[in-house]
Design a protein around this ligand. Structure first.
Ligand SMILES: Cc1cc2nc3c(=O)[nH]c(=O)nc-3n(C[C@H](O)[C@H](O)[C@H](O)COP(=O)(O)O)c2cc1C
Length: 270
């Protein structure tokens, strides 16, 4: 399966068949962890956790008995770094036929943080169940997906721009980046808010976060920056599939941007 196919067929799974992760799948996931680096070069430590052993629960999950969680040092860009790295790991899990869903809010966080032996200088942004989807989604999951319109996304011309935020990209201008844009568009995000806004200037694609209210906590931790990390990873996969070797940089351009947006990072198309 290509990366694009993997991204397009992925959906969050909240209803599982009730079996633990097989030893074989656990080994594949664990072996892949060292590859889940990120452009911010912030190390992320992952652990596969047995829900029963640690008393891990989530009100939105049915039948999930194995979880995976990650932690990293609390510092500027921890959120984007984590989003990029965790999405890489979860897409790999998806390629093995395993379901997952990033969970940043709906869990008994204290139990997870204890299981992760979280240090005072560390943060555990999200966790995910890992396992095989049940044949049918629970009623709760179906209602939840409907409520957040999980099966739809904003249109490309609401997300992607050319030269300035005033000029939505046209289909012709998408050109060879059409797939990369589509792969960003279908990324998962907290409450499906899709905060990513991309502005292309020449060979540079600048990523901005459109902030919704209520996603930054009292410590300054911004959940929507996890979404931005995910979008960066999806874009990189798409650009690479088109033959580019995109180069990551943080170098804010001199662009006028809406007050509720924040510059995140840039990919230079090489
Ligand atoms: C950073 C992040 C945090 C999330 N937190 C939760 C959560 O706490 N509970 C939940 O049920 N889903 C959570 N989700 C899943 C999103 O609701 C889901 O990705 C989105 O609705 C799109 O649906 P899809 O993944 O099926 O495409 C989270 C997703 C992301 C990226």
């Amino acid at each position: 399966m290509t990366d694009k196919e993997l991204i397009m067929q992925r959906k969050s799974v909240r209803t599982y068949d009730g079996n633990s992760l097989s030893e074989e799948d656990k080994k594949s996931i664990t072996d892949y962890m060292p590859q889940c680096t990120n452009p911010y070069v912030i190390p992320v430590e992952y652990r596969v956790l047995d829900a029963n052993e640690y008393g891990l629960t989530s009100p939105v999950i049915a039948g999930g008995v194995t979880y995976i969680a990650g932690k990293l040092r609390r510092m500027p860009h921890s959120e984007e770094a984590f989003g990029y790295s965790f999405e890489k790991l979860l897409l790999y899990a998806s390629s093995l036929g395993l379901g997952s869903v990033m969970i940043g809010g709906t869990m008994n966080r204290e139990a997870f943080e204890k299981a992760m032996e979280l240090g005072s200088d560390e943060v555990m942004p999200c966790v995910s169940p890992l396992g095989h989807a049940a044949d049918k989604r629970s009623v709760k999951e179906m209602l939840m997906r409907k409520g957040i319109r999980a099966d739809s996304r904003l249109k490309a011309n609401e997300l992607f721009f050319m030269d300035s935020f005033d000029r939505p990209v046209t289909e012709t201008e998408e050109g060879e980046l059409k797939d990369a844009y589509e792969m960003v568009r279908w990324a998962p995000s907290a409450v499906n808010k899709q905060p990513w806004r991309l502005v292309r200037t020449g060979e540079r694609i600048h990523f901005y976060e459109k902030k919704s209210k209520g996603y930054t906590d009292s410590t300054g931790f911004d959940m929507q920056k996890i979404d931005m990390g995910i979008a960066l990873y999806h874009f990189e996969l798409g650009a690479k599939a088109t033959g580019y070797s995109p180069v990551f940089e943080i170098n804010e351009p001199d662009l006028i941007h809406p007050a509720d947006t924040e510059y995140i990072a840039t990919y230079v198309l090489k």
